[in-house]
Design a protein around this ligand. Structure first.
Ligand code: THU
Length: 136
């Protein structure tokens, strides 16, 4: 499948507009491309407890898996409230590595001109508990 990272990034940027971020005022949007071409988006959903906040990336994974999709070939993340690219947090890297190959492309960007194009493996080398990974 031809992967269009520009389109995927645009979907992530749109998803950021749905962010519920009244505490940080920092919107994040994520777009996950599934093997069959379906795109699942997510946004950060904060909570007044702070600790129960769910990141955009994990929101997208939960939406996809609960819709029956478990395999993703690309990810884009938009952080329009920063002028530099902000990568996924450590917890999200672990969760993404469960459902993506290390070679899968990842793009992230803020409101500035800098764009990071990387891969799941570069973001999460020596992935934790790799030996427990299953293809079920
Ligand atoms: N956030 C994400 O949604 N994804 C990330 O990768 C980094 C952080 C959210 C969590 C919180 O709502 C806000 O950004 C500030 O940390």
């Amino acid at each position: 499948m031809k992967i269009n990272m520009d389109d995927l990034y645009q979907k992530a940027r749109q998803a950021a507009d749905a962010a519920y971020a009244p505490y940080s005022h920092f919107r994040v949007g994520a777009a996950l491309l599934a093997e069959d071409g379906t795109v699942f988006t997510g946004c950060n959903v904060e909570n007044r407890s702070y600790g129960l906040t769910i990141c955009a990336e994990r929101g997208a994974v939960m939406k996809a898996v609960s819709s029956g999709c478990r395999s993703f070939v690309a990810l884009a993340i938009a952080t329009p409230d920063s002028n530099y690219p902000v990568g996924p947090c450590g917890a999200c890297r672990q969760v993404l590595s469960e459902f993506m190959e290390s070679t899968a492309p990842v793009r992230f960007a803020g409101s500035g001109s800098e764009v990071v194009n990387t891969t799941v493996g570069e973001l999460y080398p020596y992935d934790s508990l790799h030996e427990l990974a299953t293809n079920m």
